[in-house]
Design a protein around this ligand. Structure first.
Ligand SMILES: Nc1ncnc2c1ncn2[C@@H]1O[C@H](COP(=O)(O)OP(=O)(O)OP(=O)(O)O)[C@@H](O)[C@H]1O
Ligand SMILES: [Mg+2]
Length: 328
């Protein structure tokens, strides 16, 4: 797997120059030694509470902000703030879209397309293609300033992907979008992944992140708290996961005895003809345990896995932090 984006010890300090303020407020460490890498063709999600430093991370990569410390590598090359050429391979959806409100949707895209050096003939076709993909075709000749909030967000997404960049950075891509448009954007992101583009997403929508991201990092107060696949984070934070097996036959003493001996079963509970199993590493152990149950005479009608969601993982991590801070 090729690493395509790498942040090494990235820090960004903002200085508050007001005179009469508490000394603790003078320096804001928006990023404080952030290191991680994103692999080629991966969808990477950056999560964290308000003020965690997510937008600052994207703004440093985009070259809008100069990091106080640290290095950003893109495809193995260090990238400084003024390297505009290197950034033409990147697309950015930022918090402040920066579309020209007095220009039409089409003229906005035409302007940014020319900036990216897209050939005129191809640009016309490409504008129609992205507007169609994002569901904004019917507003092609409307002034950007007259679009609704969600339509403006769609225009900004169209702009971010217009030049078919190798890397796309989305800061809260579905913020303000209706449910149908959100699904469209998720499909669009997955489509980009299939074209082996590398995608970086800041989001508060944990359900969405769980649906599309391969790996996630959780950022808080400018520091990375955890990083991994949702499954890795789940295993790290929760001792076991629950699997409910509904049996056709009555649960015999034989089955109960054998459950006690199965090494992967940490705990179990029987409710009527349901066995609630608590397993470690559910993906690996569910098939083994089910096979053993069948061997011991269980006639299984249904198996339901109650896996902790990314929201459960996030909440547990944030609660742990609150608790640890309280303990100090
Ligand atoms: N230009 C700036 N000047 C001073 N402080 C700033 C500036 N930009 C960001 N900050 C501070 O840096 C910290 C990180 O902000 P950032 O916008 O990166 O957070 P975020 O994780 O994107 O939050 P949100 O989820 O609310 O979008 C915040 O404490 C914020 O107040
Ligand atoms: Mg932000």
């Amino acid at each position: 797997m090729n690493v395509s984006i790498e942040l090494e010890n990235l820090s960004k300090v903002f200085y508050n120059k007001q005179k009469k303020i508490d000394p603790r407020e003078k320096e804001i460490w928006a990023l404080d030694g952030v290191s991680f890498s994103v692999n080629e063709g991966e969808i990477f999600g950056l999560l964290g509470p308000n003020g965690a430093g997510k937008t600052t991370t994207i703004r440093c990569i985009a070259g809008v902000l100069q990091p106080t410390k640290g290095v950003i590598w893109i495809n193995g090359k260090e990238i400084g703030p003024k390297q505009h050429e290197a950034r033409k391979k990147m697309g950015f959806l930022t918090e402040n879209h920066g579309s020209y409100e007095h220009l039409t949707v089409y003229n906005n895209l035409k302007f940014f397309g020319s900036f990216y050096g897209i050939d005129d003939g191809y640009l016309e076709k490409r504008i129609d293609e992205v507007l169609d993909e994002i569901g904004l075709g019917e507003r092609k000749h409307m002034k950007a300033g007259k679009l609704s909030k969600g339509q403006k967000q769609r225009l900004a997404i169209a702009r971010a992907i217009l030049h078919d960049p190798q890397f796309v950075f989305f800061d809260e891509p579905t913020s303000g979008l209706d449910p149908v448009a959100s699904v469209k954007v998720r499909e669009l992101i997955l489509g980009l992944k299939h074209k082996n583009r590398t995608l970086f997403i800041n989001s508060h929508n944990l359900d969405e992140v769980q649906k599309i991201c391969d790996r996630v990092a959780i950022l808080d107060l400018g520091k990375i708290k955890r990083i991994g696949t949702p499954n890795e984070l789940r295993k790290d934070l929760f001792k076991s996961q629950e699997v409910v097996c509904t049996l056709k036959n009555v649960i015999s003493e034989g089955i109960e005895q054998s459950l006690k001996q199965l090494e992967h079963v940490k705990q179990f509970r029987i409710e009527g003809n349901e066995i609630h199993l608590f397993l470690n590493d559910i993906d690996e152990t569910t098939p083994i345990v089910v096979e053993q149950l069948v061997k011991h005479g269980a006639k299984i009608l249904e198996i339901k896995r109650k896996i902790q969601s990314l929201e459960d993982i996030y909440m547990k991590l944030m609660k742990n932090d609150e608790k640890n801070q309280g303990d100090k």
